[in-house]
Design a protein around this ligand. Structure first.
Ligand SMILES: [Zn+2]
Length: 879
């Protein structure tokens, strides 16, 4: 599954009390026959199902999963005898037990079930959607919702084959995992669509979709491909077909295993909770994750769509062909798909410079991992809520970061060979984490399992002190590690925690005397080692591939690093800036030193991801840390720093620019308008956004988003109206998303109020409620008014969110607070609601608020002094 980085999705949380919800192993499934008849008049469906099972121990009862299912008749057939079964439901455990009078002997048996289900509005199971006023049914089974579509053995290790058919109204199409083998008239004004037998697969990968869809067709290496969508949007599926062919080509080679599922359908539907879902041979997407118009989409949107497609197609091998035995290893599924997707996209579009983006992505999970309430990657989970909570930034982002570190340690091709072998050894089966570790250890001859285990089974991120002394032709390295906490009060509080970390060194790119990285395997709190070459400031995170933070303890080292920063590779500049920021948070660096470093880097820095690394921090400082009195000085300081860069780049792309250069323009202008509030930039953005509304060629696609967003900042009611109309009327999915996001950014109080009202209107789909509300909350100066809205309309907002997400709304709403008054209100309100708030999400939010307040205390005076000096400087400069 591809999660969205929604305000709500980031903060999914942990467990209530684990209940024994696993199925007994006395009866296991082999094959399902499933015939579904949806009825859009009553929003229900009927199911006729036969499950072919093996009885492994004599028993008179069979327990399987079922939720929101009304059983009409259950018959069990074994050894030529049919017995009607009594059905006992356990709603809490989402299980049904079929009891028969005469014990079933070990051996094959069939369970025949007639039932009725509900096409629910919760975006899970087999559910109801609405596209252009017409109803359709879509599905989302992962993690534990296939039980809402059909009674079954809903555990990933119980793989089976499936024969799926639908009886549907004339004019509607049906989609599922197997190849369509027939479409015949009847019964009674309907038609019957049958799909061929699937390979062995888990229940969470079943796809069911019925509605008015059309498809674009293509083919790759003998595999029929289709991209399907609502008829008025299907034309925007061409890009997806190209991205799909590129991904299939890459994966066929990478895994040394040809795409195994015969055909590949990808279906965009209007209502979808996640980004996309890797159902075997029939991937379902939200429209904006699959469809786009390459003529008007920015490269950022193109990259995002290509990335989601590659992620899902990567799952066809890693997840679908080889599946984790149980959900505690879902990290391996999601982390691997994240890791492999960017490799595939990089091979398709090398000009996108994905390598630096990966270094930036590897740093993302540190935000959550530097908190005490983070979790370990591999975590036990039994109930559906516990299982759902495992789909978070730790499973996706941190696992991918650890895989990148291991890959750089053992080498890209060795890693690939280990994975290809793993694929062959476990095809159509299930695995546990150790199978994967062993495959990599065997391929490399290195103890990869020790590295992986130390990261997968422990919380947090290590902070590594690096000291180096040149001794002629070699360098003596001293490494020390400890768990990093963003909270200075906690730093040093986990002395026993030790990781097995490959700490890799290179030299400056401009002075490459060494062929590749030299890695020291650190597996104790302290270690001395010798590396080749003379390096006084050995940089301890080669190519930004290590998942750890580095600290250079002496000022002499830091001085040399700063002096040589421009000569380092972009990934290393990025990592140095990132790590210094985290040290600011703990008080180990002064904020003035950090800002001086940014000031030293910014004038010459032209690498998009490096610029993003510090502009995001500047934005955070402006929104949360700088006092209102100092804000104008801070804004001027940022303006002075970036204005020359912005002037050089301008609003007009130049011939021969690379994609990252074009995107850099958007980031720099976005910061000049958004953080510095530079008047010229805002005026120009306003003008260009208005032109763009009339004529899409008025702005280069990479600049449309930033101009539209900046124009909203000072935008009036007339502009709001035009955005709103475009959002509602456009058929281009990414355009509707651009304008929806921009609607959240209007700052005039009456327009902000209008956007808040919009959160609860039918014009914002339920799938977008959290994203849109989060967008308003994160726009400049909107925290208090959004918080008031959340309190006033709490129940109304919940009514629009999937039930599973109810406990995440409040922790997401408070996560950005950095104010004692808001913190107290948050606690008071949280204590007053009757929702079960997700405990870990609440712990993370409390910690974030606490840390932000601590940062103000720790660096507030230093920051004020720094800005006072700048004020003098700025005043003199303007004389
Ligand atoms: Zn996924």
């Amino acid at each position: 599954m591809k999660k969205l980085t929604l305000a709500l999705a980031i903060l999914v949380l942990l467990p209530g009390l684990a209940q024994a919800q696993r199925l007994p192993r006395t009866v296991v499934p082999n094959h399902y026959e499933l015939m579904l008849t949806p009825d859009f008049k009553t929003d229900t469906f009927t199911g006729e199902e036969v499950i072919h099972v093996s009885v492994t121990e004599a028993t008179s009862q069979i327990t399987l999963n079922a939720a929101e299912i009304a059983f009409q008749k259950v018959v069990v057939e074994s050894q030529g005898q049919e017995q009607k079964a009594e059905v006992a439901l356990d709603e809490k455990a989402e299980q049904a037990t079929f009891k028969v009078a005469k014990r079933l002997s070990p051996g094959p048996a069939k369970i025949r079930i007639s039932y009725q289900g509900k096409l629910n509005g919760d975006l899970r199971g087999f559910y109801l959607g609405n596209s252009n006023g017409q109803k359709y049914a879509g599905s989302q089974m992962e993690a534990s919702d296939s039980r809402r579509a059909f009674p079954g053995f809903d555990e990933p290790w119980m793989k089976s084959t499936f024969d799926i058919s639908f009886v549907v109204d004339e004019g509607l199409s049906a989609f599922s995992n197997g190849p369509q083998i027939s479409d015949t008239k009847g019964p009674k004004g309907k038609h019957t669509v049958r799909f061929g037998t699937t390979p062995k697969m888990s229940t969470y990968l079943v796809a069911l979709t019925v509605g008015n869809f059309e498809c674009l067709k293509d083919e790759f290496d003998g595999i029929p491909l289709r991209v399907c969508a609502a008829p008025d949007k299907v034309q925007y599926g061409k890009y997806a077909l190209e991205a799909t062919k590129a991904a299939l080509g890459y994966f066929n080679k990478y895994f040394e295993y040809k795409y195994p599922f015969g055909k590949l359908d990808q279906i965009a539907i209007a209502d979808f909770g996640a980004g996309a879902m890797e159902n075997t041979g029939a991937i379902i997407y939200r429209e904006t994750a699959l469809l786009l118009d390459p003529g008007t989409a920015s490269t950022n949107q193109q990259r995002r769509v290509a990335n989601v497609i590659a992620h899902e197609i990567g799952h066809m091998w890693f997840g679908d062909l080889v599946t984790m035995r149980w959900w505690e290893d879902i990290w391996l599924n999601e982390g691997f798909a994240t890791f492999i997707a960017s490799k595939s996209v990089e091979s398709w579009k090398p000009e996108w410079n994905v390598g630096v983006q990966e270094a930036a992505a590897s740093g993302q999970p540190i935000g959550i991992d530097s908190l005490k309430a983070t979790r370990q990657i591999r975590q036990q989970a039994t109930t559906p809520m516990e299982i759902d909570s495992l789909f978070d930034g730790i499973a996706y982002g941190k696992t991918a970061a650890v895989l990148r570190m291991v890959e750089s340690y053992i080498g890209e091709d060795t890693m690939r060979k280990g994975i290809a072998q793993y694929m062959k050894d476990h095809a159509y089966g299930n695995t546990v984490a150790a199978d994967f570790f062993d495959a990599l250890s065997n391929a490399s001859g290195k103890d990869v399992a020790a590295v992986m285990r130390s990261y997968v089974e422990q919380f947090g991120v290590p902070l590594i002190d690096v000291q180096a002394v040149c001794q002629g032709k070699t360098t003596e390295i001293t490494l020390k590690q400890q768990r990093f906490f963003a909270d200075p009060r906690l730093l040093g509080s986990a002395p026993d925690q030790v990781w097995t970390v490959p700490v890799c060194f290179g030299d400056e790119k401009s002075n490459r005397e060494l062929p590749g990285p030299q890695c020291v395997l650190l597996s104790s709190t302290e270690k001395k080692a010798t590396i080749e070459g003379c390096q006084d400031v050995a940089f301890g995170n080669w190519d930004g591939r290590g998942y750890y933070l580095t600290n250079y303890p002496t000022e002499a080292q830091r001085k040399k690093l700063r002096a040589g920063i421009a000569k380092r590779d972009a990934t290393e500049r990025l990592v140095l800036l990132r790590d210094e920021w985290y040290l600011v948070r703990t008080g180990r660096r002064a904020i003035s030193d950090y800002l001086a470093l940014v000031a030293a880097v910014a004038p010459a820095e032209r690498e998009l991801r490096v610029v993003e690394e510090y502009t995001e921090r500047l934005d955070y400082l402006a929104e949360e840390i700088v006092t209102p009195g100092d804000l104008p000085t801070f804004r001027s300081w940022v303006g002075k720093l970036l204005k020359p860069v912005g002037d050089e780049l301008g609003w007009q792309p130049k011939a021969g620019e690379t994609v990252p250069q074009m995107e850099l323009r958007a980031t720099v202008l976005g910061t000049l308008g958004g953080v510095a509030e530079d008047a010229d930039t805002l005026a120009r953005a306003g003008e260009l956004a208005r032109k763009y509304l009339d004529d899409r060629s008025a702005l280069h696609p990479t600049l449309a988003g930033v101009a539209v967003n900046l124009a909203a900042k000072e935008g009036d009611a007339a502009l709001y109206e035009r955005y709103f109309k475009t959002y509602l009327e456009t058929k281009v999915p990414e355009e509707s998303r651009t304008f929806m996001e921009a609607l959240a950014r209007f700052e005039k109080p009456e327009l902000r109020a209008r956007s808040l009202d919009l959160v609860l209107s039918p014009d914002i789909r339920n799938q977008d409620t959290a994203r849109f509300l989060g967008g308003i909350g994160n726009s400049s100066g909107a925290q208090e008014v959004t918080w008031k809205f959340v309190q006033d309309k709490y129940k109304d907002i919940l009514a629009r969110l999937p039930k599973d997400n109810h406990g995440a709304l409040l922790p997401a709403a408070g996560a950005g607070f950095c104010d004692e008054k808001l913190r107290d209100e948050f606690e008071k309100f949280a204590a007053s609601v009757d929702t079960v708030l997700r405990p870990r999400a609440m712990a993370l939010t409390r910690e974030r608020i606490g840390n932000c307040l601590e940062l103000k205390k720790l660096q507030g005076v230093e920051l004020a002094q720094f800005l006072a000096k700048q004020k003098t400087g700025l005043a003199q400069a303007s004389k």
